[in-house]
Design a protein around this ligand. Sequence first.
Ligand SMILES: *Cc1c(COP(=O)(O)O)cnc(C)c1O
Length: 425
Amino acid sequence: MDHFEYRAGRLHAEDVPLERIAAEVGTPVYVYSRATLTRHARVFRDALAGRIAPHGRAPLICYAVKANGNQAVLRILAAEGYGADVVSAGEMKRALAAGIPAEKIVFSGVAKTDGEIRAALEAGILQFNVESDAELDAIDRVAGAMGQIAKVSLRINPDIDAGTHAKITTGKADNKFGIAWDRAPDVYAHASRLAHIEATGIDLHIGSQLSKLEPFEAAFTRTVGLVRSLRAAGHPIRHLDLGGGLGIPYDDETPPAPEAYADMVARVTGDLDLQLIFEPGRVIVGNAGLMMSRVVYVKDTATRRFLILDAGMNDLMRPALYDAYHEVVAVSEPAAGAPRTPVEIVGPVCESTDVFARDRLMPPLDAGDLVAFRSAGAYGATMSNTYNARELVPEVLVDGDRYAVIRPRQSIEDLIAMDRVPDWL
Ligand SMILES: *Cc1c(COP(=O)(O)O)cnc(C)c1O
């Protein structure tokens, strides 16, 4: 459920007509609904709290900042009690700046540098999710130099096919992520010998946009077995971080509801006495945002009709990056029974991959009309860039009948001012 709907033929975000935002902020623009974001955060949190807390310690939900790291978004989630899963020191600083306490931050990612490790130890984060032996040694060395003990979970790769798009699967043996399943006992044994490491957890994350529970259940079941065998070997496993990955409906998929996911987790983790950590990203913000764009031209060729938009692949990369589907709707509600004809929805960027949709059935649209890409709250604005010297796309947050620009459109002057011409030119 979300708060984007037609009222009297005009698409609204909560009580604000999108046309108003287009007129006042311009297009392309991301528009988020605070009520939708808060609702999703609560549904996920309450689904877990009602099912899992009775079996052990209250779960910690560390929102995956890479899905949408805007300060306003993070501030809303911080107020809902969320922690953060970060994959760079930059994301950690974003989370801290938005008021997420360090003791609710977990640091994932395959290539943490010494500088990032130091920054995280200084901040006092909850744990590093360690992805290799070499990284474990690096954290031990940096922590030793600082006279600290680093708390870590080892990210184990359960070698499970997440059944999602090949470009967003992470838990197979041939992915770059995590420590190979067979090596887990050895790496824990190694960790227990390092003077500046306290390895108290297991972490996994098998992929994104999962639309079925089975891959999660298979991976979690395997990992629970590992918790028991590591404990039997004397390792004090106190945290189990189950990652993120729960999908959302973009098209006609029907991903499991958070309640079903939580039921499964409760069943699989049973009476294990440990703290569960979750790292949801997309399921929290995905459907809380849309990207609005204006049709610049309608171009007919011998075989096709193109809707050419003022938004490009630099503003919303997901279709070009991994063939992602976004529903595209007219901001002005089409008349009932309006004919739908197949069109190519494309952007202005000089790349053949700057295509949002092919053969998409759309109602009649003309130059100047507004369209909205639904479900663009996750991995939308965070991936945007300035290719073709296009101003970084702005973001807007709607709250009831008011809205605020939470990232202004960058000007071309700002962009040019980032460059430096050497004085020998
Ligand atoms: C991207 C990522 C997530 C979030 O994934 P979603 O599919 O958005 O829920 C969680 N954990 C890690 C380690 C990630 O890389």
